[in-house]
Design a protein around this ligand. Sequence first.
Ligand SMILES: NC(=O)c1ccc[n+]([C@@H]2O[C@H](COP(=O)([O-])OP(=O)(O)OC[C@H]3O[C@@H](n4cnc5c(N)ncnc54)[C@H](O)[C@@H]3O)[C@@H](O)[C@H]2O)c1
Length: 292
Amino acid sequence: MICLDNFFTGTKRNIEHLIGHPRFELLRHDVTFPLYVEVDEIYNLACPASPIHYQHDPVQTTKTSVHGAINMLGLAKRLRCRILQASTSEVYGDPAVHPQTEDYWGNVNPIGPRSCYDEGKRCAETLFFDYLRQHRLEIKVARIFNTYGPRMHPNDGRVVSNFVVQALQGEPITIYGDGNQTRSFCYVDDLVDGLMRLMGTAADFTGPVNLGNPGEFTIRRLAEMVIDMTGSKSKLVAKPLPADDPRQRQPNIALAKRALGWEPRIPLEDGLKLTTAYFDGLLRGTSVEATT
Ligand SMILES: NC(=O)c1ccc[n+]([C@@H]2O[C@H](COP(=O)([O-])OP(=O)(O)OC[C@H]3O[C@@H](n4cnc5c(N)ncnc54)[C@H](O)[C@@H]3O)[C@@H](O)[C@H]2O)c1
């Protein structure tokens, strides 16, 4: 396996247990530049994924999605190998249809502060389907909904890591808006299982296919669960809702169930326990291996 990363948001610490394994190779490389390697399959996951990181350098974010897709699709075309794109529920924008099925075209602002990510990922999907039509590539497109778990960046502003870190440090838990907006949360091991099943589907199955956990929780409920789980004395504080923040987010995973035989197995409570244990170890300076 070749793991490629420019470490913009990732860290070597996350893969240090794999370094030295005879079948693991690490390559520091930026996907916005062409790459020449020999592989049988490509999982294209490279992209800053949290608003703090993708808005830090929005032009680079769009480049990572668009140039990155072109470079990886070019590599797949040369090798005639399968390629999977980590797309996102953000392609649905602030959805007018709920829950979202794959045939919904989305409600996306093309010129807002989130557009570098949303439109970058939409353009990447377009490129994948054009490579399929024009070059008969074997493509797989996963639309990933909120996924969380150990090894997330502790300060990237994503809601689960934010809440867990704030609760463990006894700091106020910041809720944007009234906290009644909903999200669904998928544990990382479930998602990885879904991505590998998608890669293994028949050549004519391309997706896009939603991968996520349909259990829907308000942000306020999530905060309360984290406080209960950590025994924290943190209080909830409200801050203004950022621009273009979706009110509701819930995947319809009927297609994933049908085509991949997949559905999430790990309930939010169990996943939060593993995530909390990880961040607890990180904040105390002792590392925790989390497995389900
Ligand atoms: N976690 C989620 O909730 C979620 C939801 C939807 C989609 N996704 C997508 O899944 C993928 C992985 O997300 P994640 O949550 O693991 O985020 P992450 O930040 O942990 O992982 C992204 C990785 O991409 C690397 N990267 C960024 N720009 C790069 C570049 N130009 N060249 C090479 N590497 C680069 C980062 O260093 C990092 O290791 C992303 O494409 C993201 O858009 C994630």
